[in-house]
Design a protein around this ligand. Structure first.
Ligand code: PLP
Length: 259
């Protein structure tokens, strides 16, 4: 199950999640938190349903399907977050939380006053939270520059109640890459963060990479993989999709799921 926003451009959000689930052999149900009017040039509008209708979608999916794993993406508002957290509390399947705050084109996908609701209500439900650098900085309130900062940021995110943290390395300076590979960091309670390197693909067509990665992790968890295996398989999936990423229209394109 994905609980996320729709991208009319087809590259990110719900659309990326469903493609990923399908390619990786899963069946995806969707709870749509917001509609975005969007293409490869940016976001031109957001329309969110009443929180009660998000809850109604969740009720329908939770009663109608044996959910193996779920993810959240764009949650948009504090009221939608409350509705989602109320319904997810007490569920037993693993939840991957992609704490989407802003599109790469710079449009807010999470309202400013919703950050606290996300940390207070959703992070404690997460088996894994998957922030990039700016998202981790926003959620922890600290600047993250060095590997030492990464460990502290992970510690703070675990203290907020997440079961594990994948702090993604794509937004760090390329000079930190080792042998053409960026580093994603996996943090588990009581353990030093584990470095999970991944080749950095030189492409501008990266729209929806975070959605794709978190959906692939969710698919892996739903198929019974352990957390680290699910993350490594998802990195490989995203890497393959990025190698043939292209723009189907104007502007920035998404990873190519048919690769
Ligand atoms: N639009 C929607 C609906 C999303 O869920 C996401 C996910 O992060 C994005 C856009 C952002 O994609 P990007 O960061 O690649 O612009």
């Amino acid at each position: 199950m994905t609980i996320a926003g729709s991208d009319s451009g087809g590259g990110a959000g719900i659309q990326a999640d469903l493609k990923t689930f399908s390619v990786l052999g899963g069946f995806g149900a969707t709870v749509i938190t917001a509609l975005t009017a969007q293409n490869g040039l940016g976001v031109t509008g957001i329309h969110a349903p009443p929180p009660e209708f998000v809850a109604a979608q969740l009720d329908a999916v939770l009663t109608g399907f044996p959910i193996a794993a779920a993810k959240t993406g764009m949650l948009f508002s504090a009221a939608i977050i409350e509705a989602v957290a109320d319904r997810l509390a007490g569920t037993a399947f693993p939840l991957v939380v992609d704490p989407v705050c802003m599109s790469q084109s710079g449009h807010a996908l999470l309202q400013d006053d919703a950050v606290e609701a996300l940390t207070a209500r959703v992070l404690p439900l997460a088996a894994l939270v998957t922030p990039n650098r700016p998202e981790a900085e926003r959620l922890t309130g600290m600047a993250i520059a060095s590997p030492a900062d990464v460990a502290e940021a992970i510690r703070r995110l675990l203290a907020l109640g997440a079961g594990a943290v994948l702090l993604k390395g794509g937004h760090f300076d390329k000079t930190a890459d080792v042998g053409g590979r960026l580093t994603d960091w996996l943090g588990l309670p009581g353990q030093a963060p584990v470095a999970l390197p991944m080749p950095r693909v030189e492409t501008e067509h990266t729209h929806g990479t975070g959605c794709t990665l978190s959906a692939a992790i969710t698919a892996g968890l739903g198929q019974g993989l352990g957390l680290e295996d699910a993350v490594v398989c998802a990195q490989r999936y995203l890497h393959r999709c990025l190698e043939t990423a292209f723009a189907p229209g104007l502007g920035v394109g998404p990873p190519d799921h048919m690769a």
